[in-house]
Design a protein around this ligand. Structure first.
Ligand code: ZN
Ligand code: ZN
Length: 344
């Protein structure tokens, strides 16, 4: 068992003057100058998309959640609901990550990044859910309308896990059962004493008011540890030393959700968003048996071609001599059953 008192081995967030900071040498805060350079001068390769080509390359399937209603599988069930929203079921719990069903990831629904692929379902279609993991407060991960709809549907039977600094906003939005945690904090999940939820580091930042409210709440990735399966949700992140620490402390994982998109140009995005090469490195660092690529194919947030994350992921998986099924992408709304070796 790792010794969590050895601070040099386990990254802690820095907190100065009411703001959090990454402790990693790989971090660089995105500045206003570079933001302007990015918008004005960087070439945008994300492509103009016709509906036909989108339907052919990134189909949206209507998920049938009837299997999620039945008893927990021997293994795991997982559905990709677009962007970083995964529905995962194992060991008697059903988990939703960074839910977003809205048309735009923005403070307003008339302006801001708009979906180029519809959500495969709405909150009203979802099966019973026990807990929601939120990685940080950016609009594409902490979506007000989705959160309100989920709280209305499930009430206090739903437990929300958020990084420290986000609880107040969640409660002001109507959520009643909110757990706020910092890196390496662990909690046993209510009514499921055999399930442990751990908040773990990643390299990112936070803000809901452009550059005014920067880093007033923390960002994190999450582990959910059950008696037979372990799930890791990487959130939104650049590559840093934390992943080896997470692998050492909580790995191996039966399943991981790891971001693969929103990475170009590298001179601007590298610190906050991994590219597929780094995503595969995270998969290996955390010791995941199987990973699913998230944070791509839904909103046009950056300048890479919309299909490049999937193509580059396949290339990198091959380059690292992994099996093609070790790190995959799903279609929107696609459900998979994962029967792996039991990870303990
Ligand atoms: Zn983010
Ligand atoms: Zn994001």
């Amino acid at each position: 068992m790792a010794d969590l008192t050895k601070k040099e081995e386990y990254a802690e967030p820095i907190f100065v003057n009411g703001r959090f900071e990454n402790p990693f040498p790989t971090w660089k805060q995105p500045g206003l100058f570079n933001l302007c350079k990015y918008f004005l001068f960087d070439s945008n390769e994300s492509a103009i998309l016709s509906q036909e080509s989108l339907d052919a390359t990134l189909p949206v399937l209507q998920p049938d959640f009837k299997d999620f209603q039945s008893s927990s599988p021997d293994g795991m069930r997982v559905a990709w609901l677009g962007h970083s929203s995964l529905l995962v079921q194992f060991d008697g719990v059903t988990i939703l990550t960074d839910p977003i069903f809205s048309k735009r990831c923005s403070p307003f629904q008339f302006v801001g990044p708009k979906r180029f692929r519809d959500a495969p379902c709405q909150v009203s279609d979802l099966p019973p859910i026990d807990l929601v993991l939120i990685s940080h407060n950016h609009y594409d991960h902490m979506d007000y309308h989705s959160i309100v709809d989920l709280q209305k549907k499930y009430g206090s039977r739903l437990t929300w896990f958020v990084p420290i600094g986000d609880k107040r906003w969640m409660e002001e939005s109507g959520c009643t059962n909110v757990r706020e945690m910092t890196w390496w904090q662990e909690e046993t999940f209510d009514n499921h004493e055999n399930i442990k939820v751990a908040c773990v580091p990643c390299q990112h930042w936070s803000s809901r008011k452009a550059y005014l409210g920067v880093n007033q709440s923390l960002w994190s990735s999450w582990c959910v540890i059950g008696p037979t399966q372990r799930f890791y949700f990487a959130g939104d992140t650049g590559y840093c030393e934390a992943f080896k620490q997470i692998g050492r402390r909580y790995g191996p994982f039966s399943l991981a959700g790891i971001p693969i998109g929103a990475y170009k140009p590298r001179w601007f995005k590298r610190a906050q968003h991994v590219d597929p090469e780094e995503s595969v490195q995270i998969h290996m660092d955390v010791r995941s048996e199987k990973s699913i690529g998230i944070h791509w194919g839904t909103f046009r947030l950056t300048h890479e071609h919309y299909l490049e994350p999937r193509t580059k992921l396949k290339e990198e998986v091959e380059k690292q001599n992994l099996q093609p099924e070790d790190f995959i992408t799903l279609n929107h709304g696609e459900i998979q059953f994962i029967t792996n070796s039991k990870t303990k």
